[in-house]
Structures are given as structure tokens and as C-alpha cells.
Design a protein around this ligand. Structure first.
Ligand code: MGD
Ligand code: MGD
Ligand code: SF4
Ligand code: MO
Length: 753
């Protein structure tokens, strides 16, 4: 080996990288040994947002990045077997697989499945919209319908914009009512706040109050002033009762929102039946406690109500998400400092003056087999299997899976597994050969996180402080290896028939041209009347993706407007501030943000009112004897981090938590095995007896079940765990949003053996 190379191999350096592993977006300082091995990670103390915070997942960045099971070359199916191939062969195979199907059966024959990590990469933000635009299929599925779609629907109806999602103003609030969220394990969701635990402790220290509503006594609940162990699935009833108390006790005060809200009287009428006494039994929460929570909420100088997964992936998910913001509104806390506020990301559209908008429509078309209404252009991912395996016109024949593992993350993975086995063509963009990608005809692996630049397009829109950060790759990408931006750009070309004719740079150029053409024609834009070509020439950045980021920053709310504001943001300016640029605390945005037809907050939208009889019906329903809820572990992340040795073991295990009273009644014992049965199947799981779950509730985490053949997950498959979603058959959905009921569904548990 030449002397210089040997010397270079021994060098150690550090570099900054925003952590892409959860929504907290912490700034990390990575240690890199030699040319490309990440051997350490610590929190970047100078990061303008995370100020040094790191969690065990971030600390394991190097191990995750260097996982030897990551695919480094594409796989192509030949004679039934997946074999390594060149990138050129792989893209040829994708074009050859997709185009004929599209030409013969139309675009709807191709389903696109978008998984969670798309919100954690630049590629996932920039290219799927172009892919969907080129394909124009109605078969769009995503992790949203096993997650936050109820929030999008509720925000769409209330504010006219499915992405106008208020976040708790964590650092300034006096009172936080947290429902079905466990940020001490999840680090927060739809509320980007590095060091969420520290911020909750700070709230307590400054004399604020934390109330947690969760059927489990979570680490977050243990930090709270008040923990309400609600019966799963009944939050909408509880929240409706809080609203009822506000009206009944004359505690409604819109504050600064007065004049910007319509439908208050309708909400009053809709919730009148839901007195604390009426819901107490169903929720298993004393009426007096409900009254106290409502009074405290109204009396707090500022307060924020925030709900997440436990109030979303449930039977009344959209109603619960709606009621969260009804409470924020009726207490005058929506859009005020210390309340629930709308962030303004650096790449968002620059705000316009207030004007009525088109509003938000639901159910503009329906799914073929079960007639599920679309929500935000998507069908329920729980219905993907039936769209593939049900014969007939319009059947899904091909699947494009981008960073998605629905075989584990969606209901009835066994059925989806069989369905995917039978598709005519499937392509997965995924670093792992796992439960889903093993069915693909072509697997296109993106590079390691250390090898790609990062900016949080998605999460800055949900961040508790406006700020912008950008980090470049810390390890060079080998010459012959496309990054995920290029992979996805090439997929666009495979779909629109331009494979081999145009290149990935043309895809970016087209996106830039389209944006600039609109901007120069827009009288409200700072670049109105200028030459699009001249502006395109001014963009900086080494890649198409970087130039697109530059464009969005410069046209965005803090942008330099291509010279209109010399102090404004651009990619160059971000690069000059490697620890990020703070853009200040959240500011009020009503009425400008409202895009409803009335130009107001439409507090009682018709689709919601139409769903209320279903909730009323739940008032006198008999509660199920035993229901299951999920849980997350700090060292786990959905389905794809069980392959990292440092993140495994200890309490991070796929056990069924059972309350001691239930364990005694059911005859199951700690450390023993139980058989769990649901609509969709049954599982054998180890039992953990603990009073951290309330009686009548068992808990099993998701993302496990790594025991299928044909994967390359050498660590995860050793202790595979069980796939909780096999207990579901995919028919239990929140009807307005198509979101699967993953929490609070009935199960039977018995000792195994
Ligand atoms: N029972 C139950 N089920 C649940 C949940 C629950 O609480 N309970 N939670 C739900 C939620 S909130 C979500 S978001 C979904 C998630 O559902 P999915 O998005 O389907 O699953 P993930 O495990 O997040 O990962 C998806 C895939 O992305 C790949 N991946 C990782 N990094 C990258 C990358 O940089 N690029 C690409 N192209 N791929 C990458 C992984 O290898 C994995 O195959 O699961 C849902 N499922
Ligand atoms: N460590 C780790 N971090 C993650 C993830 C991960 O898998 N692991 N996943 C990421 C993703 S994709 C997301 S979406 C976020 C999710 O972020 P969170 O929403 O904070 O996630 P969970 O920890 O699932 O919290 C949901 C809580 O709801 C409770 N719950 C269940 N049913 C009900 C109910 O009916 N009512 C009420 N009130 N509570 C209920 C559960 O007991 C649980 O404590 O986390 C993200 N961060
Ligand atoms: S909290 Fe999230 S973003 Fe921060 S270090 Fe941990 S995984 Fe990374
Ligand atoms: Mo999620």
C-alpha cells in the first residue's frame, strides 16, 4: 500500500451531520476514521436548535451507517432469484418492467407506497411529488394511514390546508395536555423539538403543568403532574366532554381569535350530550377529574393541547384530532405564544395576504374494492393487499415501494406478503433486503446516511422554533454509486418513458423551470417580471437537489428573493452557518394561514359533524374485555433498526405487557408465553407482567417479526419478535381518514402450551 494512503487511513476527523433517525433533527458531530468509517457521534453543542442533545439512536449513528447488511449494489430478479447487477442493468429492468404495464393497463395499475423514511431524506422530499406527477396513479399509499392522516384531515377541514398543523409552543407554554404521545421514548412527532424530555422538565421547573393521557404509565406519564390512564380508543369521548364543560361552565374565550372562527355554536350543539357523567364509564375516568382538567386548561395563562399516535391510529382518530384543536381554539390558545402555533419553515411558500382558499375536499374518488374514500389523495395502506389480490379491472399489477416496509408496518402482513409475491413487477428503493423488499424484482439501495447531504424539508414545518440547517455528506460517495436523489430522478424517467432519452439532471432542471416560471409570473413574488433563465443561472449548489433547495430557500419566507433582500436566506448563507440559523420563536399566522372557503377557522366542518353520531353511539357501547395498544422503545425505530447490535437487548424487546390482575385472570405468567388472538391472526409472544399498563389493556410494540425467509437481516432475524399487525385484518379503520386502528382493538390472550 502506498505510504500516503496508509497515512490517510489513520486520520481521524469530525464533521457535522443532522441526525435523520427521528423527528427531533438533532445536530450531530460525527467522528470519521480513515476515509469513510463513522466511529463516533456526539451532540453538536453549537447547533442552534439541539444545543448538544443526543439520544442512544443518534449515538449509534456509526453502527447503523456501517451495518454490513446494507445493500451496496442493486439487486435484479433473474430466474426467480435476486442477484446483484449493475446500476444500468437495474434501471433498464425497471423501465422494462413498468412501461409496458402502464401502456397496457394505465397508470392506476401501478401502486406507489411511500414509507416513513421519506420524511427523513432530501430525496424523499424532492422526488416523490415528481414521480407521482409523472405517473398520475390513484393508487397512492403511505405510512400516513398508519399514523397521522387524521391530523391532516382535521387540519384540512379546520384551516383549509392539510399541512397547517399547529404544534405546542413547548418552550413558552404554561400548561401542556398531552394525549397518546410518549416523547420520552419517541422524541416527539409532529412536534419537532430536540431534547423534548429537557423541555418538559423545563416546563415543570418554570411552574407549568403537564397532564398526560395514556393507558400506560409511560416515562412521559411519570414526569407529569397528572396521569390519566384512559381506556384505549375513548379519547374522542373524553375530549368532547372537556369541550362540553368549557361551554357549560362558560369558560369559552376565543381571545385574539375572535372574528376569525365560525361554527362555535355548532360545536356547542354537537358536544352537548357528552357531559363528563355521560363519558366517564366509557373512558373509565371520573367525571370530576374531567371537569378539573377542563377548568385547569381554561384557567392556565397559556396552554397547549397536543395529541399523537395514541389518539390518531384509533377508531375515532379524526374526531380526536379535531377535538384537540377545538380545545386549543375555544381556550384562545390557538396561534398565540405559549399555545398551539403554526411553524413557518424556510422552504415553505412565502406567506400571502389573507384570502379565502379552496378548502379541503375528502372522498373525491374511492378505492376499487372496498370503496374507501381518498384522503389527501391517498387510499388506506391497510387496503393495499386487496387492491392487488382482488381480480378485476383496475387491479394493481405493479408496486413502487419507496422506503416502505408495509409487510410489517400495516395490518395483515401475511396477506400483503402473498399479494406482493403475485405482482407482475415491483421495485423497492431500500437499503435493506427485508420483509417487503424481498418481493421486489429490482431493489435499488440508497447510500449510507453519512454519504448524503441533509436538510429537513418536512420537519421544519412542524418545529417548535423556526430555524434552518443544512449539512453536506461527511463521507464521499463512490463515483459509480448514485445517491437517492439520482435513483428517484431515474425512476421518474422510467415511469414517464424518458429512460435512456433524458438524464436525472433534466428532471431537476424541469422542476426548477416549473417553479421559476410560476414565480416570475406571480405579481406577489419578489422575482415578478424577471427572467427565469437568468434566475436559474444564479442558483448555487453542486447537485440538482442542492440547487432546488437553494431555489426554495431564496423564494421562501426568509429568502433573499434573488437580491430583493441581501440579508435573506440562500444555500450559500446556510453553508456559511454550519450549526444552523435561528429564525426565531413561532409567530402568529392567523388569518394569513387560513385557506378555507370562508377565510376563517371552520370549527365544525360537515364531514366531522356527519361522523359525530358514531361517537354518540360509543356512549352506551359495552367496553371490550381486553384491548391491545402499541408502544415504542427509545432504542428502536419502527421496523428497520433491529439490525443494529448496539440498539438491541435490555428492555427493547417484543414482549406482551400484561397488568398483574389480567395476568392472574388469564393464567399467564411473567417470562412465560402467551397466545394472542385478533381478527387477523394469532401470535405466540413472551409475557411481561407489569402494572405500567392499565388493567384490561395489553401492549405489544410494532416493527417486529423478522422471521421471514429471503431477507438479509442477520442480526434482526436472530431474535425476530412477532408482528403485532398480524392481529389485524385491515378492516378496522377510522372512516374519515382511512387510518388503521392500531390501538385499542380487541384481543384474546391465553397461556401458550
Ligand atoms: N401496530 C403498529 N403499527 C405501526 C405503528 C404503530 O404504532 N403500531 N406505527 C406506524 C407508523 S407511525 C409508521 S410511520 C409506520 C412506518 O412504516 P414504514 O415506513 O413502512 O416502515 P419503517 O420501518 O419506518 O421503514 C421503512 C423502510 O425504509 C427503509 N429505509 C431506511 N432508511 C432509508 C433511506 O434513507 N432511504 C430509503 N429509500 N429507505 C430507507 C427501511 O429499510 C425500511 O424498509 O409504521 C406504522 N405501523
Ligand atoms: N424510539 C423511537 N422513536 C420514534 C419511533 C420509534 O419507533 N421509536 N417512531 C417514530 C414515528 S414514525 C412516530 S409516528 C413517532 C410517534 O410518536 P408518539 O406518538 O410519541 O409515539 P408512541 O410512543 O407510540 O406514543 C403513543 C402513546 O399512545 C398510547 N396510547 C395507545 N392507545 C391510546 C389511546 O387510545 N389513548 C391514549 N390517550 N393513548 C394511547 C401508548 O400507550 C403510547 O404511550 O415516533 C417516532 N419516533
Ligand atoms: S433524538 Fe432523534 S434526531 Fe436526536 S439523536 Fe436521537 S434519533 Fe437522532
Ligand atoms: Mo410514524
Amino acid at each position: 500500500m502506498p505510504r500516503t494512503a496508509a497515512a490517510a487511513d489513520r486520520t481521524t476527523r469530525t464533521a457535522l451531520r443532522i441526525c435523520p433517525l427521528c423527528e427531533a433533527t438533532c445536530g450531530l458531530t460525527l467522528t470519521i476514521d480513515g476515509a469513510d468509517r463513522v466511529t463516533g457521534a456526539r451532540g453538536d453543542r453549537d447547533d442552534v436548535f439541539s444545543a448538544g442533545f443526543i439520544c442512544p439512536k443518534g449515538a449509534a449513528f456509526g453502527e447503523l451507517d456501517g451495518d454490513p447488511d446494507r445493500l451496496t449494489r442493486p439487486l435484479v430478479r433473474r430466474g426467480g432469484q435476486l442477484e446483484e447487477a449493475s446500476w444500468a442493468e437495474a434501471f433498464d429492468a425497471v423501465a422494462a418492467g413498468l412501461r409496458p404495464l402502464i401502456e397496457e393497463h394505465g397508470s392506476d395499475a401501478v401502486a406507489v407506497v411511500l414509507g416513513n423514511p421519506n420524511v427523513h431524506t432530501m430525496a424523499g422530499a424532492l422526488y416523490p411529488p415528481l414521480l407521482l406527477g409523472a405517473l398520475r396513479t390513484r393508487n397512492i399509499y403511505s405510512a400516513s394511514t398508519v399514523d397521522q392522516m387524521p391530523k391532516h384531515v382535521s387540519s384540512g377541514l379546520l384551516f383549509g390546508d392539510a399541512f397547517a398543523i399547529p404544534v405546542p409552543d413547548l418552550d413558552r407554554t404554561d400548561h401542556l395536555l398531552l394525549i397518546g404521545a410518549n416523547p420520552l421514548e419517541s422524541n416527539g412527532s409532529l412536534c419537532t423539538a430536540p431534547d423534548f424530555p429537557g423541555r418538559l422538565k423545563a416546563l415543570r421547573r418554570r411552574g407549568g403543568t403537564l397532564t398526560v393521557i395514556d393507558p400506560r404509565r409511560t416515562r412521559t406519564a411519570r414526569l407529569a403532574d397528572r396521569h390519566v390512564a384512559v381506556r384505549p380508543g375513548t379519547d374522542a369521548l373524553l375530549l368532547a366532554a372537556l369541550v362540553q364543560v368549557l361551554f357549560a361552565e362558560d369558560l369559552v374565550d376565543l381571545g385574539g381569535l375572535d372574528g376569525h372562527v365560525e361554527g362555535v355554536a355548532d360545536v356547542r350543539a354537537q358536544t352537548a350530550d357528552f357531559t363528563p357523567e355521560a363519558v366517564a364509564e366509557a373512558c373509565d375516568v371520573p367525571a370530576e377529574e374531567i371537569r378539573t382538567i377542563a377548568r385547569e386548561l381554561a384557567a392556565a395563562p397559556t396552554a397547549a393541547v397536543y395529541g399523537r399516535v395514541g389518539s390518531s391510529t384509533v377508531e375515532f382518530g379524526t374526531l380526536a384530532n379535531w377535538l384537540v384543536d377545538v380545545l386549543n381554539t375555544l381556550t384562545g390558545n390557538l396561534d398565540r405564544p405559549g399555545g398551539a402555533m403554526f411553524p413557518l419553515a424556510a422552504t415553505a411558500r412565502a406567506p400571502r395576504s389573507a384570502a379565502p382558499g379552496k378548502g379541503f375536499a375528502l372522498g373525491r374518488w374511492r378505492s376499487r374494492v372496498s370503496g374507501h374514500p381518498e384522503a389527501k389523495g391517498e387510499f388506506p395502506v391497510a387496503a393495499l393487499a386487496e387492491e392487488i389480490d382482488t381480480p378485476g379491472d383496475g387491479r394493481v399489477r405493479a408496486v413502487i415501494a419507496l422506503a416502505a416496509n408495509p409487510v410489517l408496518s400495516a395490518p395483515d402482513g401475511d396477506r400483503l406478503d402473498r399479494a406482493l409475491e403475485g405482482v407482475d413487477f415491483m421495485v423497492s428503493v431500500d437499503p435493506y433486503l427485508n420483509e417487503t423488499s424481498r418481493h421486489a424484482h429490482v431493489v435499488l439501495p440508497p447510500p449510507r446516511p453519512s454519504q448524503v447531504p441533509h436538510h429537513d424539508f418536512a420537519f421544519n414545518g412542524f418545529a417548535i422554533r423556526n430555524q434552518a440547517r443544512f449539512t453536506r455528506e461527511v463521507v464521499p460517495l463512490p463515483e459509480d454509486r448514485p445517491d437517492e436523489c439520482e435513483i428517484l430522478a431515474r425512476l421518474v424517467l422510467c415511469v414517464n418513458g424518458m429512460h435512456g432519452v433524458a438524464g436525472p439532471a433534466d428532471v431537476d432542471a424541469m422542476a426548477i423551470d416549473m417553479t421559476l416560471a410560476k414565480a416570475v409570473a406571480d405579481p406577489h413574488s419578489p422575482v415578478h417580471g424577471r427572467s427565469a433563465q437568468e434566475l436559474a443561472g444564479q442558483l448555487t449548489g453542486r447537485t440538482g437537489a442542492e440547487r432546488r433547495l437553494d431555489l426554495m430557500l431564496r423564494l421562501g419566507p426568509y429568502g433573499d428573493g434573488f437580491g430583493a433582500d441581501r440579508e435573506g436566506l440562500s444555500l450559500e448563507k446556510l453553508l456559511a452557518h454550519p450549526h444552523g440559523i435561528d429564525l426565531g420563536p413561532l409567530a402568529s399566522r392567523i388569518p394569513q394561514i387560513l385557506k378555507t372557503p370562508s377565510g376563517k377557522v371552520e370549527l365544525c366542518p360537515a364531514p366531522i359533524a356527519d361522523d359525530m353520531p358514531r361517537l354518540r353511539g360509543a356512549l352506551d357501547g359495552r367496553p371490550e374485555e381486553l384491548v391491545l395498544v402499541g408502544r415504542r422503545h427509545l432504542r428502536s425505530n419502527n421496523s428497520w433498526m433491529h439490525n443494529v447490535p448496539a440498539l438491541r437487548g435490555g428492555s427493547n424487546r417484543c414482549t406482551l405487557q400484561v397488568h398483574p390482575e389480567d395476568a392472574a385472570r388469564l393464567g399467564v405468567v411473567d417470562g412465560g408465553k402467551a397466545r394472542v388472538k385478533g381478527d387477523g391472526g394469532e401470535l405466540l409472544v413472551p409475557v411481561e407482567v407489569t402494572d405500567a399498563v392499565r388493567a384490561g389493556v395489553v401492549s405489544l410494540p410494532h416493527g417486529w417479526g423478522h422471521d421471514r425467509p429471503g431477507t438479509r437481516l442477520s442480526v434482526a432475524s436472530e431474535d425476530a419478535g412477532a408482528n403485532v399487525n398480524q392481529l389485524l385484518d385491515g378492516t378496522r379503520l377510522d372512516p374519515l381518514s382511512g387510518t388503521a386502528v392500531l390501538n385499542g382493538f380487541p384481543v384474546q390472550v391465553a397461556p401458550a402450551g
